[in-house]
Each structure stands twice: as C-alpha cells, then as structure tokens.
Write a protein that binds this ligand. Structure first.
Ligand SMILES: [Cu+2]
Length: 647
C-alpha cells in the first residue's frame, strides 16, 4: 500500500497546485504550477488502440469450450478526444484485430473450458495474471518472454466478475504505471440462468512519473479506455432496470457515486451477496483491484452521472491536455478551463428518456430556504479564504464576508416540497448538488448537464441565483456540496448536511459529525493538513446520556481523502450498531452491533446507534486513512437522571 499512499499524496498535492492555477484570476496563486515535461511518444507505425465497451465477448465459444487467442502488442492510445495526445502502451488484441483498451472481454457460462493462446509480440518479458480466479492470486501467473507463445487450458469454475492483467516480468499488478497500465481485460463468468444484460465498466489509469523532482507527473484516468467527456454515453428508458459491473484495475480505491438513483450491490470483489445482505446505496468505495456488480431502476428521466467522488479523479489533474507534447492544446485551450464539461476522468454520463406522458412533479407550496455562497477571509487554518454557504433567514441579509462551516444543516421533511434559492456572491460560477436525494434531474446541480430535453441547468453565474425545487422522498442523512471546481470549493468549505426526517429530531439523542475540507493544499511537497470536523479542528463535544440510545450521523466530504472514524475512550473501542448508509436503512441482516470503526470516502454518510454504558468521556477520532491528520470529537456522557418514585 506504500505505493498507493505515495501516489495519493503526490496526486493530492499536485492537484491543489492545478486548482489554484485554474482559478488564478480570482484566487491568488499560492505556488507556481509545476513544469510539465513532454509526453512519451508511441513508436512510428504502432497500431492504434481502440476503446472497448465490453459488449461482445472475445473468442469462439462452442460446446462448452472457449477458444481464444490474445496477443500483447505495442500500441498508441488516445484516451481523450481525437484531437488530444496519443501515448504509448502495451495492449491486448485478438490476432488480426485492433488492440483494445481494456483488453478483449472474456465472458463465458460457469464451467467453460478455456483454450487460450497467449502471444507476447512486445520487446519485453511479461507476466500475465488473474485469468482463473481473479487478480489476487499472485502465484497463478504465467511468464512470457518477448516473442514467446504459451498455450493454456483451464476451466472457469467460479462465477463472478474480475479482470486479467499483464505487467513487466518481475513486477506485480500493483506496480504497473504507464506502458503496462492498460494490460487489463474484464472476465465475467455467468452462473446458470444469470442475465447477461449489463454494462461492464473497467476503470484504469495511465501514470507517468515525473523525471526529476519539481516536475509534474502525467496521468489520465479512464472508464472503458476513454476519459470523460469522451466516455461512452449510456441511454436508458425510464423504468429500465440497469446492471453495472464495475471493475477497478487501479492501485487506488474509488468512491463511485450514482446521481439520482440508489443501487443494490449484488456482488462484491467476485463474491455473490445473498439478497438479504445486499446494501442499498448511492456511493461506495470500490477497492483497489476489486469489483462491484449492482443494479438500479432508472425511475426518473433526465441526465445523470456515475462518477468517482475524489475531486482529483474528475478534473484537469487526470487529463493529458496541456503537456508540451500536446500540439492540440494550443488550438483549443478554452475547452479545458471553463468549458461546458469541466469534469474529466472517471465519469460516465447517463441519459434516461421519459416515458410517454411523463410530467415533472410540481413542487407547489414549497418551503423556502435561501443559501448564499460567499467567501470569508481568515476563517480557515490555511492562508486561503473559506468558500461556503450561509443561510439568509427572512429579510435580514447576513454579512457578505461570513460563511457557516460546515454549511447550515438543511432539515427537510420527507414528502414535503422545498425550494432552495442559491445566491452566488462569489466572482466565479458555482453549482450545488443535493447528493443522494432521488429528485428530478434539473435541480440536481451538474453544470451544463442536469436536466431533461432542452431544460438544462447551466451554472450559477456570479451575482445570479438558482432555485432548486424538489421533494425529498426518503428519510436519511445526505451531503450537499459544490459540483464545480470541487477541489477548490469543497476543499474550502462548500459542503454541509441534509437531514430528511418524518418527525422533528430529538437533538439530545440525534447527533451529527460532518468532515470536510479546510482549505486547498498550499505546499506541493506535503499532504494537506487542512480538514475540519463540524467546522473546526477542535470540535465542540457531543453531549450524551448513559444507558440511552443515541443516533450518530456521519457525513464525509473531504474531497481528497478516505477518512476513518473510531469511537473510543482511553481503554477501548466502543461498540455501535450500524443503522443506515448514504441515507438508506441498512438491511436487518447487516444492522449489527460491531466495534465502533468505519472507513468512508467522500460523499458517503453513515448512521450509527450508540448506547453509552456508563457516564464518562469518549471521543470519535477522525483521521485520514493514510495518517495525514487527526481530529477528535469529544463525547461527554452524563448519568441518566434518576426518577424518584412518588410516595
Ligand atoms: Cu477515484
């Protein structure tokens, strides 16, 4: 994991530099952008790799036998548009066909015998793994010298979803960087009777380290061989049931978020999950080299997204555009700073077409909430101003240089319409996403994307307002946050919690912990020390009563980090009961009492029930998984008042 950690830290540090650069007109540049070095070039005449949407299985399947040949060939690959950089890779190809990224799909019924011919047409010795049981079988590999051919025969005797991989000889799946990074192919082994109607999405990354300290590395993150906005658009009809198979070939986890819909996780890391244990969620961490199979009902028409929630995996950080080798960048520079699709990398766009006669629900008689988006200098631990929300109640306008950190808790009532007016008092455009709420597309908050037909949300221009009107259908805990320039804005305070309830909360037993950014990184050589919990690095204590059940709602929105939470005292870790995740109740079979520890990615929420056994002092330790910072939320537990029986 050291490798992953280092890369994450470097990535986080460098992205902040870019975020600063991208907003140089309005935010003082804290440190100069790192110089970029020219990208490596593919060999003259190298075959051009083609993006593989994983629709058609490779090889010939006849009478329970799959006959398949896979060559490894040196290729050129264009992960963004046709105008953008071409980089060298090794890729898998069926003989006589174009190399594919990801490699050809192996998809067979359970029990199929595979007769595989592997041929290494590259100049390097390679190791190939993952073919029989998944990427986590380090001993189950074959070595192929340059130019060598191997015949393999094996049976696929385990149903599931995983990937095969290639790497330079002497290295492992986790060591791959740029040349061997796209040697990945999906494997799906279908149990008898299983539906094959699904979309297979393979996440991968091409990562070229810097040559000298002080230079920028180059990285592009893709889904099925293309980076957003050039990933395939998926179109469904309203009411379609949809299944995704998500395969992560990368050394980093990805908190994958689906807008508009909850999905049910049916298989995880190649293992089928029993129906009673399937989690309903809208954001979940797909672990390194892991997979998730989930399904959802596309119940609401409009434009939706499925994307990674690490801010640095969906912005210019993961684009090759702008390298000195990129002649196209000079020709269309505007397209990458503030274009209609400012998102990059690990994003897929979904269109859901409306059923005939579909009418958007009215949100008449909505309760009115007004949120101002503005800056507050001197508020964050770092040198940059906070960027955040403040609520205007009635006609009294709050001071123009104040924000709430985190944003005000939006207490909504299930089934009751609300109209939230967002007024942008910044000098840059903004947009707000109500994360996890199953609402219409237009108020969902993705610039130049959310909406239906010709009614598409653009962005909230400086000085302008937008009214997001919707009716929350489900009680639970949710985040809301900026959906534009995320590393800068979420990193500087544009996040808060939405709590949807059926009846008013009892605040003596219902508590909230919100973790988020406390300022973008200002030093490219270090990880960010800037995080806030409940708006502070020394948050106020939670007040609990011994012997009573308390609900603790946790919202994680730090844009760059996985965060862990441990409820403990000096002697031991407490026990709590998992109640809900991402706003949805946890299935009864999973709502167990367990040690009070949870690890969450940005965009996830978790609700736990904690009954302190006795008066005393506890704390929730909030920390980055990689040890960058640690903040404690004190918990004071007082004795239950004794009721004196009347004589
Ligand atoms: Cu990611």
């Amino acid at each position: 994991m050291t490798h992953a950690r280092n890369r994450l830290i470097v990535a986080v540090a460098t992205c902040a530099v870019l975020a600063t650069a991208a907003h140089a007109q309005v935010t003082p540049s804290l440190i100069a952008p790192l110089p970029r070095v020219p990208l490596p070039k593919p060999a003259a005449g190298a075959a051009r790799a083609v993006a593989n949407q994983n629709r058609a299985p490779a090889g010939v399947l006849r009478a329970g036998v799959l006959t398949l040949a896979l060559d490894v060939v040196a290729s050129g690959w264009q992960p963004e548009s046709e105008r953008e950089p071409v980089v060298p890779i090794l890729a898998f190809a069926e003989p006589g066909q174009a190399p594919l990224v990801p490699g050809p799909l192996i998809r067979v019924p359970l029990g199929t015998e595979v007769r595989l011919t592997l041929r290494n047409r590259s100049d390097s010795a390679l190791v190939i793994g993952g073919l029989r049981t998944g990427p986590h079988a380090p001993s189950d590999t074959v070595v192929l010298a340059a130019g060598a051919t191997r015949e393999l025969r094996y049976r696929l005797g385990k149903a599931g979803t995983w990937f095969y991989w290639g790497a330079f000889k002497g290295t492992a799946v986790a060591d791959r960087n740029w040349l061997d990074s796209q040697l990945n192919g999906a494997i799906v082994v279908d149990a008898p009777g299983a539906s094959t109607r699904d979309h297979i999405l393979v996440l991968s990354e091409w990562f070229h380290p810097y040559e000298k300290p002080g230079q920028k590395f180059e990285v592009v993150s893709v889904i099925n061989g293309r980076a957003f906005p050039h990933t395939e658009r998926l179109t469904f009809a309203q009411g379609d049931s949809v299944r995704f198979r998500v395969i992560n070939t990368m050394v980093l986890p990805h908190p994958m978020h689906l807008h508009g819909f909850y999905y049910r996780i049916e298989e995880q890391n190649g293992k089928r999950i029993a129906p009673a244990q399937q989690l309903l969620t809208n954001t979940d961490l797909v672990v390194p080299f892991g997979s998730e199979v989930f399904s959802f009902l596309a119940h609401t028409p409009g434009n939706w997204l499925f994307h990674c929630h690490f801010a640095f995996h969906i912005d210019d950080e993961v684009s090759l555009v702008g390298s000195p080798a990129d002649s196209a960048a000079a020709a269309h520079p505007v397209a990458h700073a503030s274009s209609e699709h400012s998102m990059r990398g690990l994003v897929v766009g979904l269109h859901v077409t409306p059923s005939s006669g579909y009418v958007e629900p009215s949100n008449a008689n909505a309760r009115q909430i007004k949120l101002l988006v503005q800056r507050e200098p001197g508020r964050l631990p770092g040198p940059t101003p906070a960027i955040g929300f403040i609520e205007q109640k009635g006609d009294t306008v709050p001071p123009a240089n104040r924000v709430s950190l985190p944003g005000p808790v939006l207490e909504l009532v299930r089934g009751k319409p609300v109209a939230i007016t967002v007024k942008n008092n910044l000098d840059i455009p903004t947009a707000v996403h109500w994360h996890g709420l199953e609402i219409e597309s237009y108020p969902d908050g993705v610039p130049h994307w959310s909406g239906l037909g010709s009614k598409v949300f653009s962005q909230i221009a400086p000085g302008d307002s937008f009214v997001a009107a919707f009716t929350p259908p489900r009680s639970g805990t949710y985040p809301y946050h900026s959906h534009l320039a995320d590393r800068l804005t979420i990193g500087s305070g544009m996040y808060g919690a939405i709590i949807v309830t059926d009846k008013p909360r009892d605040l003596t037993r219902d508590h909230l912990i919100v973790t988020g950014g406390g300022g973008p990184v200002v030093d490219a050589t270090r990880e960010s020390p800037f995080a806030l919990v409940n708006g502070s690095r020394n948050p106020q204590p939670l007040e609990l009563t011994a012997g009573e059940a308390h609900r603790i709602r946790i919202v994680t929105l730090h844009p760059d980090w996985e965060v862990s939470y441990t409820l403990r005292n000096d002697a031991s870790i407490a026990r709590w009961r998992a109640v809900a995740k991402d706003g949805a109740d946890i299935p009864v079979a999973l709502a167990t009492t367990r040690p009070a520890f949870v690890r969450m990615g940005p965009g996830e929420t978790s609700d736990f029930e904690f009954t302190p056994p006795a008066p005393g002092t506890w704390r929730v330790e909030v920390a980055t998984v990689d040890g960058g910072w640690r903040i404690a939320v004190p918990i004071n537990v007082k004795a239950k008042p004794t009721t004196v029986p009347k004589p």
